[in-house]
Design a protein around this ligand. Sequence first.
Ligand code: NAP
Length: 274
Amino acid sequence: MKQGKIFGLIGEKLGHSLSGQIHSRLFAALGAEAHYDLIEIPRGEFADTFPRLLTEYDGLNVTIPYKRAVLPYLESLAPEAAEYGAVNTIDCVARTGYNTDVTGFLRSLGERAESLAGDVLLLGAGGAARMMAKEALRRCRSLTVAVRDPGSENAASLCQELAGAARFVPLGQIEGRYDALLNATPVGMWPGVEGCPVDELVIARCGFVFDAIYNPAETRLLRAARALGIPALGGMGMLVLQAAAAQEIWLGQPVDGDLTNRLIRSLEGTSHAG
Ligand code: NAP
């Protein structure tokens, strides 16, 4: 029988997830007696499986495609989870849903979050892009969202949700200068590591580049930005800091910044391909 508290991640495909490794290392460093499972749920089995997990686990993380599907099963939502209509962390005892992706995003930017106050170029219109668009709109002078197909379901629904507050353009037709470029597409992610969502002429017109991709730690986009002398940040910080924020909720104790910095550096130095 397992000792201590049990936590886990639910999602459809978790073969390449780093969450088990990140949470186990954080639990160990915090001296918490806790266990973390990766729980794959096929799409058709969610409604039968999830209510049982809610009673068996102390806390759960949620990833694609269930961040919205869990909402009807919860009794309350933290403000960010309610605003985004998406939950990635659950306190199963209180049946409360949280969104720590946004915490991880903002904490990982650190002082670079100031660049969100200027002209922001966001690539993509999926789940991560939606969160970044809303966070950018709280602060920015202008938001341009570049998508591969402005007529796609994702682009149309984000455009409707932002109600004219952002300009939508095709990825191949980006013009102008930007204080921040935020990549929320999977272009450049392992195994397609040679992919880059925009060409160098676009990158050169940006003051800062953030790539949500964390595998590889240095994408082609980040490499191109750094070669041009542009400050650039990958997604490993966001991934580790959203996990740390989940543990703060579950364990009720703060996670030290030195600990998460060491973990980010260690994971960025490890190859996760395959
Ligand atoms: P998602 O919901 O599937 O959205 C992906 C977006 O990228 C969609 O708008 C999609 O376009 C676009 N896209 C996909 N393939 C493309 C291509 N070949 N060319 C141009 N655009 C393309 O995914 P997500 O959850 O937002 O995740 C996006 C990326 O962020 C992933 O790489 C993920 O690993 C990363 N992420 C990182 C963290 C972190 O903690 N670091 C957290 C969340 C996500 P359509 O709208 O046309 O389908």
